[in-house]
Design a binder for this molecule. Sequence first.
Ligand SMILES: Nc1ncnc2c1ncn2[C@@H]1O[C@H](COP(=O)(O)OP(=O)(O)OP(=O)(O)O)[C@@H](O)[C@H]1O
Length: 609
Amino acid sequence: MARQRLNSGDTPSEDLPKPKLTKTTLRKAAKLLAYLRPYRTKFIVGMVFLFLSSLTALTFPALLGAMIDAAQGKVKYDWLAVEIHTIGAISFLILFVQSVVSFFRIRLFVEVAEKSLADIRRDSYYNLITFPLDFFANRRVGELNSRLSADLAQIQDTMTTTVAEMIRQIILLIGGVCWLFIVSAKLTLLNLSILPILVVVAVIFGRYIRKLSRKAQDKLAESNTVVQETLQGISNVKAFVNEAYEASRYSRTLDAVVKIAVKGATYRGIFASFIIFCLFGAVVAVIWYGSSLVAAGSISVGDLTTYILYSIFVAGSMGSFPELYANIQKAIGASERVIEILDEQQEDVGLLEEEKAIKNPIKGTIAFENVTFSYPSRREITVLKNVSFKAQAGEKIAIVGPSGTGKSTIAALVLQFYKPDSGRILFDGREADNYPLTDIRSQVAIVPQDVLLFGGTIRENIAYGRLSADADEIITAAERANAHDFIMDFPEGYDTVVGERGVKLSGGQRQRIAIARALLKDPAILILDEATSSLDSESERQVQQALEELMKNRTSIIIAHRLSTIREANQIVVVECGQVVASGTHEELMEKGDGLYHHLYRLQLDTAR
Ligand SMILES: Nc1ncnc2c1ncn2[C@@H]1O[C@H](COP(=O)(O)OP(=O)(O)OP(=O)(O)O)[C@@H](O)[C@H]1O
């Protein structure tokens, strides 16, 4: 029985896997129940209401039967008046109580489920953003996001509706069967005797039909592949004049689809007519046998009515179980996957603003000592081999080398996105591990190659560098970053919305926003990952000026692509295939004559000409 969903979630995807319910899967899913704890009082009250509403529902067949008996002057229950109107009024009163109770049941359950779900969502999100970068390297972000939302929607659906519905149906089933026995044991036994046959047939047929429809789907997918292949390689098909061959190949797969589908339809038809026969057969048999019992005076007309109504309850709840059970199975599979995310190892970063306060100020000396590193997702490739260099506080150090040699990896290691496999990274002579992660990241800023602006205002984007910055500080930072003038050229100034739904900024403008952001952060160590795409000369000049301003009074690590910008660097480290092959000032490196730096420098001069 498909019930209306009562929650805010997206439609859970139909094809979520349904794992077998075992002790382990159940135990894992039960972990999520801990999220109900803060709302347990409401949950328990909701449960009580659920019981009340189910129990009150169970009284109706009995009352209606009593009313019909009363019409014939018969007393059904000693405690109930014979008066029809009294019974009718009582029925309405109970109906009213049931409506009120149902309202509270739904209201409370949805509230509890939505609130605990929001907690699970929040925790999953908090966990996700505090996972080490490596976690994301192995997963596609879109997939992670959609999986999480489908899984959570399924859990939400189950928590708000399915569980309550299951409990309600179980009460109706047990209560209904008990009443059936009380009303007429003979009739009940007659009814129940066909149940095993029904269940066995349903299980066997159900399995077989499901298998057939899966097969039909596979075949259909096969035929789609034919279409796709042919269309992709249409020029080949034509060149070899193989249209007829492809047409018959497609036609053959289609025939197979039709054959299986028709076979499935035959079994489904047989199954449906069998069930219809059994259902109506049961109704006919009950009324037939019941009427003869009435004629013989063993039961009253009221009893027969009561009996029929309870049978409807019982049949209804039995019919609803398969879908409810499948939903619970899916939810348990979904909770397993959510638990995986909740249990995954996080980085040691606080989620409270106060935790960002710097406890160990860094002056800016940074050193790599024999750092060797491979990405956790690609252990077989050693990206950095024995890399060593040192920059004193306030110095400018440039890292140069061909593409793919590990320059950005050095930046990632400075930011502690990954840990070296061997060797040490030192800040002010102290090993990085001795600092809290937040302390290092709060004092290192990066101006990346591709500046990502968030969909918000320019003001918010600059303030991302230091959330507590006030309006004046933001403007000062923008002025120093040569960004103020172009920002003021927009009609809405700092409140201009950027990103997908706002104005699109040019590469140079985005970089200047990133520089303003870094200026606000005021880090001890700055990493500049120079953009590879060149800007026009005016834009270039503006960005360069802004960068000079940004580099003042701090250690700067410049990952340089244009060697002309780093001639003034205190030290240039030349990296090739993950190894430091030379280092020194521009003049020192040029003096060597035949080194990689010399070669790269000449190459750039030649292209510039
Ligand atoms: N997240 C990652 N997981 C696995 N391998 C990676 C990852 N990021 C980079 N690599 C690999 O590490 C090597 C060094 O990459 P890196 O980005 O550090 O080079 P680069 O010198 O900065 O290159 P470019 O100048 O083109 O930006 C490359 O072979 C790259 O394929």
